[in-house]
Design a protein around this ligand. Structure first.
Ligand SMILES: C[S@@+](CC[C@H](N)C(=O)[O-])C[C@H]1O[C@@H](n2cnc3c(N)ncnc32)[C@H](O)[C@@H]1O
Length: 300
């Protein structure tokens, strides 16, 4: 027998914009104030479709702070001077930190086969140092994926040294990144030959987890950086910048401004990689060389 869909209660009347919030929800005014606050701070656009997610995440923050509900949380944040102390918690709560090892894997093939050989062909010296920046690093999967690919190339005889910088606006994800310990399932996309860079975590607390090998962690550094800031405290001779799956949260003006600022930190001929969902962004001074991959002019 074909299962019949269960009938769901249907909302018949949309709430008027001035209607009071249900006792456990955000009022339209508070939602608008929180959205404006987070947009100004980190560029994150929270449309009306994000309301349920935002409410869920802020409810957790309220519980952490020992507040009974969202109304009290907003009062604390917006009316009683709690913002300064809560900003980091708010950012941690509202950013989406989804990431994976070897996410959009074609980019790492391109790094190995085309980008690194091209960069090395323009560098002098027996062992040039390549600098890679993961500019929205989340918990570090992207930065360590790069480190694994580069370390593997070196172990196969390529002559270069490298340093990877991972930055993010959320302090919470950076703590995980610095530790470099992940559940084994999360590391499952790592190809077999590169699994030699993963160590079994020793302490009993870490059962079922793996740790990035010390020689890779030694070449990978993490720091807090807000892409909305006017200036970035990053070297201006970066060879490759990964700026993937973060622009989608920004408006068009902010997307362009961030791309220009990141490009300014690339050396001529350096590469910028966006997320595959971010190729709608265009009109900046770099040449498209592959899907979502751009090269800064060699002779600007
Ligand atoms: C979806 S994750 C992408 C992670 C990784 N780049 C990837 O593609 O797997 C987006 C990250 O961007 C960070 N982020 C959001 N707004 C930011 C900002 N203004 N400055 C720096 N990082 C930001 C978030 O904290 C989050 O960790």
């Amino acid at each position: 027998m074909t299962p019949q869909p269960r009938s769901r209660p249907r909302a018949t009347v949309a709430p008027a914009p001035h209607a009071p919030a249900p006792s456990d929800g955000l009022s339209p005014r508070d939602y608008q104030r929180v959205s404006a606050l987070i947009r100004d701070a980190i560029g994150l656009q929270l449309g009306p479709d994000k309301r349920i997610t935002v409410e869920g995440r802020l409810r957790k923050r309220a519980r952490t702070l020992g507040l009974p509900g969202l109304r009290e949380y907003c009062r604390h944040l917006l009316d009683e001077g709690g913002l300064a102390g809560e900003m980091a918690g708010l950012i941690d709560a509202l950013t989406t930190n989804k990431t994976d090892f070897f996410r959009e894997a074609d980019h790492f093939d391109l790094l190995r086969r085309r980008i690194v050989p091209d960069l090395l062909s323009h560098r002098r010296g027996a062992r040039p140092k390549l600098k890679v920046w993961s500019a929205a690093a989340s918990t570090g999967a992207e930065a360590y994926t790069v480190a694994m690919v580069l370390a593997d190339m070196v172990s196969q005889g390529a002559s270069f040294d490298f340093a990877v910088l991972g930055t993010d606006v959320s302090g919470e994800v950076l703590e995980t990144a610095r530790l470099g310990v992940y559940p084994a399932e999360f590391l499952a996309p790592t190809p077999q030959p590169l699994r030699r860079f993963l160590m079994t975590a020793r302490s009993p607390r870490m059962r079922g987890k793996l740790r990035i090998a010390p020689e890779l962690r030694a070449r990978t550094r993490f720091a807090e950086l807000n892409l909305m800031d006017a200036r970035y405290p990053v070297d201006d001779d970066v060879d490759v910048a990964f700026l993937r799956n973060v622009l989608i949260y920004f408006n068009r003006d902010d997307q362009m401004a961030v791309i220009r600022k990141v490009l300014a930190h690339l050396r001529p001929g350096g590469y910028l990689l966006l997320g595959h969902a971010e190729t709608m962004v265009g009109g900046f001074a770099a040449r498209a060389v592959a899907p979502a991959v751009f090269q800064k002019e060699l002779h600007p």
